[in-house]
Design a protein around this ligand. Structure first.
Ligand SMILES: Cc1ncc(COP(=O)(O)O)c(C=O)c1O
Length: 354
């Protein structure tokens, strides 16, 4: 059975928009896309008068090599946010299908479902001390309802906890033919764990999300990657925007991806800083708990999160109030910044909680 048996049937026969750049690549006389023949007045940013390649081969090849897959199994969109949106639209029928999430977790899964008119079923992470994925309960919940997408965020935002690959595989084995397992690895670079990409050959309903917004410092370029069975990638490309990737963003990504060693060094430095900040926060008496994290942020618990957040903001230090998330009462989340920023944060916390 094809994995597309899970998709919205009407999309399988939908005629995709055929962009000028897809129909014909580039030639010396380009008169097929109603573009301006002149370069824009933006200095030396070349080529912006032309529509970009919707899925540029050089970027696909580079990202496929980076993430350990083949270019046919890669879709790049405007952040992984767009990939989440496209998967939801491709697989969830409005008013009929559902997505399954494990709160507390990243908010866009539920937002994308809401926009599509799909319902959201929640199977919370386990005890609030370790935030483990409740695999058995997830399987039961997914099989009991018309669930099309099951999200696994590892390391999870905002808890920083990670999901063992064996748990993801057990979930995938149980849901074959029933639902896609969407593994969001936005922060995997900081976790030092193995990607779920290796599962796709055996479980074609496993999809993996990666992003250039975190470890590659390109949040402003909006580039996120979906890695999936090529049939799923084909379906997503069928419903993608005609030209999702702006030329300067693709250029920036290729430049960034050319310097792998520097990224490794930066990631290692962030992990080291994370452990330093973790140690410092655990030493502050009025912080009730700091959750160990495998990502580039830390969640911690105080008595009055809103008041602490406000007092830090008054001192010019912005962190995230996550106290409204399920099981995160009193929760705040701080991103690991530069050593100087981390010191400023710790000094401000020290003043506020003194
Ligand atoms: C878990 C997770 N997934 C996906 C995203 C979206 O990332 P982007 O759209 O920038 O690729 C984020 C952003 O914070 C995130 O925390």
């Amino acid at each position: 059975m094809s994995v597309l048996a899970l998709a919205r049937p009407e999309l399988l026969t939908l005629k995709a928009y055929s962009s000028a750049r897809l129909e014909a690549g580039r030639a010396s006389v380009m008169l097929n896309a109603n573009e301006s023949p002149t370069l824009p007045f933006v200095g030396d940013l070349l080529g912006l008068n032309r529509y970009p390649d919707p899925q540029p081969r050089s970027l696909m090849d580079t990202l496929a090599a980076l993430y350990g897959t083949r270019p046919e199994c890669v879709f790049v969109g405007r952040g992984s946010d767009e990939a989440i949106d496209l998967l939801t639209r491709a697989f969830c029928r409005a008013g009929q299908d559902a997505v399954l999430i494990s709160p507390p977790t990243f908010g866009m899964y539920a937002v994308a479902a809401g926009v599509q008119g799909a319902s959201v079923i929640s199977e919370p992470l386990t005890a609030d001390t370790d935030f483990r994925l409740n695999v058995d309960r997830l399987i039961t919940a997914a099989l009991a309802a018309p669930v099309k997408l099951v999200y696994v965020c590892t390391p999870n935002n905002p808890t920083g906890s990670r999901v063992p690959l064996a748990d993801i595989e057990r979930l995938a084995a149980a849901l074959a033919g029933r639902a896609l397992v969407v593994v969001d690895e936005a922060y995997l670079e900081y976790a030092g764990s193995e990607s779920a990409v290796g599962l796709i050959d055996r479980y074609p309903h496993v999809c993996v999300l990666r992003t250039m917004s975190k470890a590659y410092a390109l949040a402003g370029a909006r580039l996120g990657t979906l890695i999936a069975h090529e049939e799923i990638i084909g379906l997503v490309r069928r419903i993608m925007a005609p030209y999702p990737l702006p030329t300067p963003c693709v250029d920036a990504a290729l430049k960034a991806l050319a310097v792998r060693d520097e990224h490794q060094a930066r990631i290692a430095a962030t992990v080291q800083e994370r452990e330093r900040v973790y140690g410092a926060l655990t030493g502050i008496r009025d912080i009730r708990r700091v959750w160990p994290s495998r990502a580039n942020f830390l969640a911690f618990q105080v008595d009055d999160a809103r008041s602490i957040w406000n007092q830090l903001a008054d001192q010019g230090v912005l962190i995230r109030d996550v106290s409204h998330y399920l099981k995160l009462a009193g929760g705040l989340r701080v991103t690991i910044g530069s050593p100087v920023e981390n010191d400023q944060f710790l000094e401000a916390v020290g003043r506020v909680l003194a």
